[in-house]
Design a protein around this ligand. Sequence first.
Ligand SMILES: *Cc1c(COP(=O)(O)O)cnc(C)c1O
Length: 418
Amino acid sequence: MSWQDAIDPKLQAIVAQVDAKIAPRLAEIDDQILDNQAKVLRAFQDNHVSEADLVGSTGYGNSDEGRDHLEAIYAEVLGGEDALVRPQLVSGTHAIGVGLLGLVRPGDEILYITGEPYDTLQEVLGLAGNGIGSPKEYGIKVNYVPLLANGEVDFAAVKQRITDKTKVVAIQRSCGYATRASFTIAKIAEMVKVVRSVKPDVWIFADNAYGEFSERQEPLDVGVDLMAGSLIKNAGGGFAKTGGYIVGRKDLVERVSYRFTVPGLGGAEGATYGMMLDMFQGFFVAPQTTGNAIKGAIFEAALLEALGLPVAPKWDDPRTDLIQTVNFGNQEDMVKFAKAIQQSSPVDSYVEPIPEQMAGYEDKVVMAAGSFIEGSTIEFSGDGPIRPPYTLYLQGGLTYAHVKLGITQAAQTTFFTK
Ligand SMILES: *Cc1c(COP(=O)(O)O)cnc(C)c1O
């Protein structure tokens, strides 16, 4: 018996063509996995990870050597001097919020140069929501420079908008729910160069969500000062049960650590009981897991394009994150496809996703995710706000095989079943 027995012969033929077409591209990703895995393995060895490191601390979490080693590994691999890698960072939004707001003081400005920030960050930054506790209440300005119509950074405007008040320039690597391409490391390097030419000492921050291990370099390698992300995306490798990270320049990690906890304590406390094994193991497999997810995204792009849907990025475009967008053009197909992905999940496969209002998001959102870890998007999932052009954001996949099975089945359900 073959998995293909249940697939319409017409779709089988298209899958076979897609497989042949993308094979060389998948091989390139396998090469990248090797390089990133070597980097991670070396960092584990350099930092003398031992069995005792995997146990974790209790109470205050003082002198937690395992935590120190894990943070040193994150710093080494991601190109920083120091890091906070903590289960007490409740999500990527929290880590990014602590990173950004920990840097600024009354009178300062945070300037996003990659257009409107990600939906959940808009409330953190006081650009949406009820404004309680927002930076504005503390006399901190947050602004963004809209992108050009072609989705690129408006460098002329950026140069004008950076003033003596601008303390932090922020870059969002992944597209989030915007209709633009994600910014590759090469593009981020160019942004850093332009920003430094106007204001050499400004702090440059990157929202690195979905980016880790999707290229051979990270934003810190090209001059970004501080960056943050989630452990239930790439960096957690599917193993981390919760958490976020902040990594970068030592003085800046210290500065934001006082916002993460309180002045005086900073990163010195924070128990890791029961969490360390998953966080170490997850970071160890993260290059492979991320690679699997990217290979899955390449398959998605090629297959859905072959079925006539507009996709971004295309299967042979350069990639810098996990996100694959597909425009369905109407709510019905979008929701149907999302439901089929849910049915292909290992957990909650019998549950029907329904578009809902969600905390932190402005429009109704449909979310298909039958993940082992709730909300984990390094696991195969699809979601998107219900608004034209009815774009589903597909991401993740612990194994390439799962993504291939799930997407093929969803294509069959949506387009080959009447
Ligand atoms: C997912 C994401 C975040 C927030 O991470 P959460 O863990 O979902 O809070 C921030 N920025 C971007 C671009 C993201 O994709």
